[in-house]
Design a protein. Structure first.
Length: 334
């Protein structure tokens, strides 16, 4: 997910502690605050491990939004109409804004944005595995909106109730915008599915390729998710990976029927006693391969991101010079 924690289990004693950190993650005062469903704010004391877990998750979320601009940005110049181009441009701009909100939220925890970007560029921090797949046709814009952004909404709405205030508040606007993105994707696929036979086939092909990676966005199964239990105890997460994945499946199956498209799972069936749609087994080996850097577009995505960062260095230098001059002028006038 973006919005989920794909990091490895934290080594004992590693906290990335900042100022005003509590001594232990089981501090009674802190846990009482969490149990009261209250919000932790930047100036509050918090365990160093709580701070480190938030930094990792928010950073991964922010990186995912920024990297996630690339698969769709690839189609801005090839959109089938001016209207479609304008909508896609607006969506990519939204994703940039989401990244900025999230980097700002991470900075309230005492980490510098440039440090987070350096970790992204060097591969020391991850982003969502979903953005390491290629966008081969225009229908992929629909599949990403419907499936990828749909999965993001299921993952991210609970984060609006996250125990850390700045993260929760940032997610309110992000989720509102993601809901528009999901509707846009559904509308693209609906148009294609009800178009020519070739357009229907294109839509079906996109769904076939994006369905399983979308299910993997929720992370590994609960028994293989090293940080989930503690994140849920701290109120960073509200539901487990498997719970969220099931919500997404139950939401998406009837939508696929409305679209007239088939989900590529011959074992998909309705468990009437439980009221849930059950999928066939998910091959999580693919998830770990992609997270490990072996996805179809891992190298290209990071290379593009590093190049863009380098091209923008003159803007950062100019902004720093302007700020320094402004500070000098202010001191002279004082």
């Amino acid at each position: 997910m973006y919005g989920n924690d794909f990091g490895p289990p934290e080594p004992a004693g590693v906290t990335d502690a900042g100022p005003a950190d509590l001594g232990g993650e089981d501090d009674a005062t802190f846990l009482a605050l969490i149990d009261a469903d209250a919000r932790v704010e930047p100036r509050d004391q918090m365990p160093g491990a709580y701070r480190a877990s938030l930094i990792r998750q928010i950073a991964q979320h922010a990186h995912s939004e920024i990297i996630g601009m690339q698969p769709e940005g690839n189609w801005i110049g090839r959109a089938p109409s001016l209207k479609r181009k304008a909508i896609l441009l607006a969506k990519v701009q939204d994703e940039a804004g989401h990244g900025l909100y999230l980097y700002a939220a991470a900075e309230t925890l005492g980490v510098d944005r440039s440090e987070l970007l350096d970790k992204l560029h060097s591969g020391r921090q991850k982003y969502s595995s979903i953005f390491n797949y290629p966008t081969l046709t225009w229908a992929d814009m629909g599949a990403i909106g419907w499936l990828v952004d749909g999965a993001a909404i299921v993952n991210q709405v609970p984060i609006t109730r996250c125990s850390y205030g700045p993260y929760a508040r940032a997610m309110v606007r992000i989720c509102k915008e993601e809901s528009f993105h999901q509707r846009q994707g559904f509308e693209i696929l609906h148009t294609l599915s009800n178009g020519t036979s070739a357009q229907h086939a294109m839509a079906q092909d996109a769904v076939d390729r994006w369905w399983w990676p979308s299910l993997m966005m929720f992370g590994p199964p609960d028994d293989a998710s090293p940080n989930s239990e503690r994140s849920m105890r701290w109120g960073i997460k509200r539901f487990s990976n498997d719970e969220l994945r099931q919500r997404f499946v139950d939401m998406t199956v009837p939508q696929s029927q409305a679209l007239g498209l088939t989900l590529p799972d011959p074992e998909l069936s309705l468990d009437e006693s439980a009221g849930h749609w059950r999928t066939g087994p998910i091959d999580f080996r693919e998830l770990f391969e992609v997270i490990g850097g072996n996805g179809p577009c891992n190298a290209a995505r990071l290379a593009h991101r590093r190049a863009a960062h380098e091209r923008g260095q003159w803007v950062r230098d100019a902004a720093a010079a302007f700020a320094a001059k402004h500070a000098t002028d202010a001191q002279g006038a004082a």
